[in-house]
Write a protein of this length. Sequence first.
Length: 303
Amino acid sequence: MVNFDAELIRALQDDGRASIHDLAARLGHSRAGVSARLRAMLADGTVRVIAAVDPEFLGQNVLAHVSIRTDGTTEPVAEHLRGLGETVLVSAVGGVHDLVTEIRLGSMPALHRLLEQIRSLPGVADINTLIYSTVIKGFFVSEYRGGIRIDATDAGLIEHLQRDGRTSFRALGEAVRLSPSAVATRVDRLIAAGVIKISAVEARGLAHRQLSLGVGMNLAGDDDAIVDAIRSWRGVDFAARTLGRFDLIMTLVEPSAGALYASLERIRALPGVMRTEAWFHLAVLKEDYARTLRAAEVVGARA
């Protein structure tokens, strides 16, 4: 069952709106079995299928990873981070630091202001920041291509899909007063243009089926071969080139500590990997990519 669940979630991460027929064909299982298992996982919170708007479309041109070391308990700091609109991920970790957060902002001055705010929080001992220079692999970075206009109806569809990415075209049509076929055309256009990506978010941490490990790497020489290898590995949920203490950062997701160890050893064995540092995600406290579209984003195209 574990392998079946993992394969089903991976298929939904590739295409969150894949039909039961297509999922069953890909996995080699019956449609009834796939449908029943998906309903169960959605119901118990094992997985969520949601739409996320590409950061570039939102004008979020600065993506950063902040590691935080605290004095004493982490909860007051984590609670503050969870409440910030700029954070899409907050996780309690084991390692050199106690918390990590991913933040998305519109400019470097905005980043500096937010980092100053985080440093000044009671209980924060120190922070360390990595800026993503290139996202290599990420389920909710959809490579917005520019030059698309969206209207209030598109914005309404996006908001519904951010709550449930598998909402039927019929239900979406009823919500925005369009036919299912018209809705399908609009959703396909938004996906094709990279405005949104519909994918699966899996519950992770010690209380869940999947475990995750953050890994920072320092590289030597040409890193293209390393990047190509990482992009193709199934256990890599996220990877980015970074500016800061690491040249590259990634998130590994596996069903056991042993599988995480094997993946980490595989990374260490790559030619050109000089040093690695890892941190274990004990509890993912926030993972929220939903964003309300501003009027300016609805009116016109972003280049």
